[in-house]
Design a binder for this molecule. Structure first.
Ligand code: HEC
Length: 149
């Protein structure tokens, strides 16, 4: 009996991202996935500008387009009512929706600007620092106000 119950628990765990984790198909799971992709993409872009990765103008331009597309995606996965568990979104996301939307739009504007700057090849890393800083500042501004950690 014990064994059977254990295997049921194990099976249930396998269907989630991690045991006790989030259902990847839930709104929370979906926005977390998008945020992680945003982090990876922006880290690659930042890395190219700071010398952690080799600078490649075409790769940078492609990454900017990807980040711009991603930055439009998370917001629709914040449901009307806050989930009780697992979310690191502060209650303010739901209490101050206009402000939250405002910062989401600033994010989208900053990535659109980055894409615009990358349209004319060849790219100079030095010219990309300011628009990239703006993108990173947009992430940070929202996290400071609306994320728990
Ligand atoms: C308008 C607000 C806002 C902006 C802009 C924003 N985020 Fe977030 N981010 C959040 C909130 C809220 C959460 C918490 C989501 C949750 O747990 O429900 C979050 C969570 C995350 C997480 C954690 C995901 C996880 O696995 O729990 C990462 C990574 C992240 N954001 C990266 C970024 C990056 C990179 C950018 C900029 C390119 C960015 N975010 C821009 C609001 C924002």
């Amino acid at each position: 009996m014990m064994l059977k119950r254990l295997s049921v628990v194990l099976l249930a765990c396998l269907t989630l991202t991690a045991c006790g984790g989030v259902d990847p198909n839930s709104p929370l799971g979906q926005r977390k996935t998008i945020f992680k992709q945003m982090l990876k993409t922006s880290e690659d872009l930042g890395g190219m500008l700071r010398g952690r990765l080799a600078f490649d103008g075409q790769k940078f331009a492609d990454g900017a387009v990807k980040l711009d597309a991603l930055s439009r995606e998370p917001w629709k996965h914040f449901p009307q009512v806050r989930e009780e568990d697992e979310t690191s979104a502060r209650p303010e996301v739901w209490q101050q929706q206009a402000r939250f939307q405002d910062l989401a739009q600033q994010m989208e504007a900053s990535t659109a600007e980055l894409v615009a700057v990358t349209r004319t090849q060849p790219l100079q890393a030095a010219e990309l620092a300011a628009p990239m800083n703006k993108v990173e500042a947009a992430c940070k501004a929202c996290h400071t106000e609306f994320r728990n950690h």
